[in-house]
Write a protein that binds this ligand. Structure first.
Ligand SMILES: *Cc1c(COP(=O)(O)O)cnc(C)c1O
Length: 485
């Protein structure tokens, strides 16, 4: 990544040598806020970048068009290795599950599988996607509040790790296991108050009310079910490591209790995901570098408590439980950017500057809650001014950034949005535009398209037009009925 300072007022383009009169420019008053560089100092973000992993952005655009998603395989592997190191250095027995719903592009999943992650899936589609990628059933963790009977049967047959969300699912599983005369190891999802996070009480069984213990009793008294694991996922973008300390303490407390009362043995504690990524949530004014803990801080908060709470249990001859993590956004968010092109400049009635770019919230769903970094691909001369960035959709809510300090752009200039690796490829919409190419830069700087740009055939592939609706006009193309001539 290349940094450069934007020019200061002294060398702006409209300052001319030889004392000539400067051309008049509209005076502007701008509130100073974090964002791009202003004349009072440098902010956290690079002023411009012209390459990604040493591949020139212009080359990428020439080859694959704009807008363009670009994934760094190097960054992805590095993140996976760093997260793994942070935990395995602090606890002996750690397993990672890749949260498919965060980004289920096949190439991304397989990089993470190659780095040792299991697949963490939450639906029939995600289960089938993992299997199609070559992930065997016993390497799949199956979560989610609605697992259809058919896929549950498959998951049982294939030895996936099923984490039960509610009683009806428990009964269904028991029924299937009984029919198959097969002992099925299961886990239950727990919810509880950590004091730091909004309790996500709609998922799993509540601990405080006794519901979770009832479910555990039910499972352990069943002839065909075995309670082997406990799961909880306390939220997302959690910036307080202490929330995880409390989570793990609660889960360990429940584990001791359930083992004592029912005689089962818990093999694993799955603490879900939720670590924050280096992205800026809207409404939070401190930069992410100041509020997002490092992965090592999360690991310390978690492993310290698991070690402490399982120490006595180990002394009684139990193996330490496997610690499972389902890290989503913190794994992939900063491994991908979206490169866009400015297609128009506008001045709004209130005087605010607006830029329209060729990618909107249809591609960047996370623009609804993040203020992404927006970085030009060349040093932009001129004075930064408060700017709103719109996407190309014919829809009022298509705003990529409500307010950002940007120097004037030319039509054709590029803006790089990042981090965009989490939740965009799974939540993007096909709305009035084709979705563009996604390319991956490999560690040797070679490139692959990992999802090809859509075209009319792709978008209409599932449509069927009934026989009597095959023709738009029944009696030949009508004459021009709008024109006056
Ligand atoms: C979404 C999800 C994750 C990943 O969450 P992040 O906040 O992206 O880390 C992990 N586990 C479960 C069960 C989830 O639903």
């Amino acid at each position: 990544m290349q940094n450069s300072d934007l020019p200061t007022d002294k060398n702006q383009t409209n300052a001319t040598a030889g004392g000539e009169k400067k051309p008049w420019t509209k005076p502007t008053i701008t509130v100073l806020r974090s964002g791009l560089l202003n004349k009072f100092g440098k902010s956290r973000q690079a002023a411009w970048i012209d390459n990604i992993d040493d591949v020139p952005i212009d080359d990428l655009l020439n080859q694959y068009g704009s807008p363009l998603f670009v994934v760094s395989e190097k960054k992805l592997r590095r993140n996976a290795q760093r997260i793994k190191r942070a935990f395995t250095g602090r606890y002996p027995n750690v397993v990672f599950g890749w949260s498919y719903k965060t980004n289920y592009l096949g190439a991304v999943c397989n990089v993470l599988h190659q780095e040792g992650a299991l697949a963490e899936v939450v639906s029939e589609f995600e289960y089938e996607k993992a299997r199609a990628l070559g992930v065997p059933g016993h390497c799949i963790i199956f979560n989610g509040p609605y697992k259809k009977r058919g896929i549950l049967e498959t998951a049982i047959e294939e030895g996936a790790h099923i984490q039960i969300d509610h009683l009806d699912e428990l009964y269904e599983l028991e029924k299937i296991a009984t029919e198959k005369q097969k002992k099925v190891p299961v886990a239950i999802r727990l919810n509880f108050d950590t004091g730091y996070t909004e309790p996500w009480s709609r998922f799993g069984f509540n601990v405080e009310s006794g519901q979770a213990m009832d479910a555990a009793w039910r499972i352990t008294s069943s002839q065909y079910l075995d309670l082997v694991g406990l799961h909880s996922h306390i939220g997302t973008f959690i910036t307080e490591p202490k929330a995880y300390s409390i989570q793990v303490r609660t889960m360990c407390g429940f584990m001791s209790e359930v083992e004592k009362r029912t005689g089962c043995t818990i093999d694993y504690l799955d603490i879900g995901g939720g670590f924050a990524s280096l992205n800026s949530l809207q409404g939070i004014y401190l930069p992410p570098e100041q509020i997002v803990p490092s992965i090592e801080q999360y690991a310390e908060a978690i492993c310290e408590v698991v070690l402490e709470c399982t120490h006595e249990r180990e002394a009684r001859g139990h193996k330490r439980p496997t610690l499972i993590l389902e890290t989503g956004r913190a794994m992939v968010d900063d491994t991908e950017v979206l490169v866009t092109t400015a297609v128009a400049n506008k001045r709004l009635p209130d005087g605010k500057r607006a830029v329209i770019v060729d990618a909107g919230v249809n591609l960047l769903f996370t623009a609804f809650w993040y203020n992404h970094n927006v970085t030009p691909t060349r040093p932009l001369p001129g004075k930064p001014e408060e700017t709103v960035i719109y996407g190309p959709l014919c829809m009022n809510i298509d705003v990529m950034r409500y307010s950002i300090m940007l120097p004037p752009l030319n039509v054709g200039d590029h803006l790089v949005f990042g981090p965009v690796g989490a939740y965009n490829h799974t939540q993007w919409l096909q709305f009035i535009e084709y979705r563009p190419n996604v390319v991956m830069i490999h560690e040797d700087k070679s490139l692959s398209v990992i999802r090809t740009a859509e075209n009319l055939d792709v978008v209409t592939a599932q449509e069927k037009i009934p026989e009597h609706l095959q023709q738009p006009y029944l009696h030949g193309v009508p004459a021009d009925i709008i024109g006056t001539k």
